[in-house]
Design a binder for this molecule. Sequence first.
Ligand code: NAD
Ligand code: LMR
Length: 328
Amino acid sequence: MSKKPVRVAVTGAAGQIGYALLFRIASGEMLGKDQPVILQLLEIPDEKAQNALKGVIMEIEDCAFPLVAGIEAHSDPMTAFKDTDYALLVGARPRGPGMERADLLAANAQIFTAQGKALNAVASRDVRVLVVGNPANTNAYIAMKSAPDLPAKNFTAMLRLDHNRAASQIASKTGKAVGSIEKLAVWGNHSPTMYADYRFATIEGQSVKELINDEQWNREVFLPTVGKRGAAIIAARGLSSAASAAGAAIDHMRDWALGTNGKWVTMGIPSKGEYGIPAEVMFGYPVTCEGGEYKIVEGLEIDEFSQECINKTLAELQGEQDGVKHLL
Ligand code: NAD
Ligand code: LMR
């Protein structure tokens, strides 16, 4: 017997990431090759964006994906999120010329307050939300705070791209396959302050820290490379990362929905005080997933350098969250 379709909402559906993401959701890479989906796509009401969305929908139709049980175009989150089971919030206001960080936070606070309220009003009571649009952690925090009737734990921010970038740097440094890396963690904000931590990581049972055995490389090459990778891609492509961001969104949602089999992954989730992070801060943690729920990997020792890094990314996040509190 075939499964009942689930509803997947994607915002910013006609954007760069949307174009790299939707076809993979439609082909079953996110929720499984046996899981039909109804796509609920949201774009801004602007005629150009709605026309672009129509074009993307025509292309999805032309792929004749057997798992696509419906495609809807929306310009209002109140209809786009109706009964949705999974919501990928990709669309956000990019930083424009002369725009200060506070202006960017305020513009996005408006978008994510409205979307959080709409999720609260019309989404499935069990909706799982991933925020990709930047500043991702703070946008996820805003959406969570705007949806008091939904479980706070179901609001998450994307740190998976940082996790995948860290894994890829370790693979090239050690000459080992990227898929063989286990127990990698990324702490904090999706920003250059994030702390990618391979102290516990292993490859085929061997310690990555011992394999690399170069603390200077960790601090002076690895951390800045992973932290500034987004900017490096913008400098090279003239556009921000899209295919890799879409890939990370697929990984995040797939692992959350289908489980990680004990493998650690990184998700930005609301803290409940773990590792001394104040409650509700949307923080990147190492987690495992099973049965549609994530669980923080607890009991890891935090040494002095790691604590300094965690404090720095936490301070940045708290600054962002303080900057939007009056708007909530
Ligand atoms: P893009 O500009 O190509 O597309 C964004 C789309 O969102 C546009 O089509 C726009 O019309 C739409 N949009 C804007 N506001 C909206 C709203 N309120 N409702 C619905 N749609 C809306 O941008 P992109 O390259 O696809 O990137 C999207 C976001 O993802 C950006 O904020 C980017 O910084 C962020 N990003 C995050 C990560 C991460 O790891 N978390 C990685 C890469 C990019
Ligand atoms: C990335 O990490 O690639 C993006 O968050 C960069 C950006 O500013 O869009």
